[in-house]
Design a protein around this ligand. Structure first.
Ligand code: PLP
Length: 433
């Protein structure tokens, strides 16, 4: 707005270097390369800054555990004496991580089956998920891609693979939205990331690119002014950032978010509902409020996936409904995410909502609000239905391939959607005994 604010914005955050790292200069502490190179991994690393519990020592020592790496910055937010600290629990394993549960799956979203090219998940007709790296700034214990993330051996991301992914996108003109994820795309070399953005930008039918990242939370120092300026060259570029707890939003993170928002990048958040971390309407509301204060629009709240290692983080679905009930009406509409189950077997994201629709007649729709107040909307007596025959948008859709699914049943384009084998099973006429 004015010179003074610009000046303050460029000041480094007031927090000094945290005490376990007091031998480090403030410049080094603010340097994302130093942060990335000095991540904590072993029992010895963590024992220097925390009073580890036997469960954490067992988790960190297990040869089967998922990859561990924590930036000194994120580790500095941990409570050294409280093993329930929400920051600590998200990134330090316990032996519970190794305990299988009955419904778990390795690839719980069946992404591999939807991948025409390694790392490219084409689940929805008009958009693709483009995985570009398996590295993250730190590793969430409940990672949905723990089968491949943190390793270098499973999916070899290199120039040749990126070219194949880009060629597929270029060859499929129905793809208008590309979601770059991983791993964490913001942990790639800036040169490689910019090259990918350039190439996607050059494909005429790609209308929007989004990046999914947790780097602004684990390593906010990475979001330098020049990095944000590089991203801003590739608009329309959106970004979804993974936030789970209000304590993650520190002064450093606020600066990173301001840099991204000032670069014109619309910011969204994705949150995973986690037992013992954010399974509380009040924690969740505090998180949503802190996000919108920082120009981040809550996007999705995820039911925890049925993935190996995440069993002890799962909550009943009802907890998510309770949280949604506590948000709608009680806070700004734009502070409310959509609660979804990412359905197993590649079913995709399914929204789950408390019931607000109580009943209906041909004239009335009875609804209840967040307070339990019940009233009716009176439906119009006369309604001139929309005419797809004279609507240019409907006509265009009819030419370029109409929508399928329940929407097609509603429009009358198809009469029914039937499960596989349904007709055979019901073709009983003539077979009567
Ligand atoms: C989440 C996801 C998307 C994007 O879904 P939106 O609802 O558009 O955000 C696309 N592809 C896959 C495979 C996904 O998991």
């Amino acid at each position: 707005m004015n010179d003074k604010e610009d000046f303050e914005f460029d000041e480094p955050p007031g927090r000094s270097v945290p005490s376990p790292w007091s031998h480090i200069s403030a410049e080094q502490w603010q340097d994302w390369r130093w942060q990335a190179a000095n991540r904590l991994r072993t029992v010895e690393d963590f024992a220097r800054i925390l009073r580890l519990t036997p469960e954490e020592i067992a988790g960190l020592s297990s040869p089967e555990r998922f990859h561990v790496d924590v930036t000194p910055y994120f580790a500095s937010l941990m409570d050294p004496d409280d093993p329930h600290c929400p920051i600590r629990r998200q990134v330090i394993p316990t032996q519970l991580e190794m305990v299988p549960f009955d419904a778990e799956m390795a690839d719980s979203l069946n992404e591999d089956a939807h991948s025409p090219i390694p790392g490219l998940v084409h689940r929805y007709p008009d958009r693709v998920l483009m995985l570009v790296t398996m590295q993250c700034a730190s590793y969430c214990r409940f990672c949905t891609r723990s089968r491949i993330v943190g390793t270098t051996d499973h999916t070899p991301f290199n120039t040749e693979l990126y070219s194949r992914q880009l060629a597929y996108i270029a060859a499929h003109s129905e793809i208008r939205d590309v979601l770059i994820s991983g791993g964490d795309p913001l942990m790639m070399s800036e040169r490689v990331l910019e090259h990918l953005l350039q190439q996607l930008h050059a494909i005429p039918h790609v209308e929007v690119v989004r990046i999914g990242s947790r780097t602004p939370v684990f390593l906010p120092q990475r979001i330098t002014e020049s990095f944000a300026a590089m991203l801003a060259k590739y608009h329309p570029l959106w970004m979804n950032i993974h936030f789970n707890h209000p304590q993650e939003i520190t002064p450093e993170v606020e600066i990173a978010l301001a840099r991204l928002a000032n670069a014109g990048i619309p910011l969204g958040s994705q949150t995973v509902l986690l037992a013992g971390i954010n399974d509380c309407p009040n924690i969740m509301k505090a998180l949503m409020h802190k996000l919108v204060k920082n120009r981040v629009r809550p996007y999705y709240l995820y039911q925890c996936d049925m993935v190996h290692g995440a069993g002890h983080f799962r909550t009943p679905v009802a907890k998510g409904l309770e949280i949604m009930e506590s948000l709608r009406g009680h806070t700004s509409g734009f502070a409310i995410p959509t609660f979804v189950i990412d359905a197993p077997e590649g079913g995709g994201k399914v929204p789950i909502l408390p019931n607000y629709l109580l009943s209906m007649s041909d004239t009335k729709v009875v609804v209840r609000n967040y307070e339990g107040f019940i009233t009716a909307y009176t439906q119009p007596r006369h309604y001139e239905p929309h005419n797809p025959e004279t609507c240019p948008y409907c006509q265009e859709l009819a030419e370029t391939g109409a929508q399928s699914g329940v929407s097609a049943v509603l429009s009358g384009r198809v009469r029914e959607v039937a499960p596989a084998g349904w007709y055979r099973e019901h073709a009983r006429r003539g077979n009567a005994q």
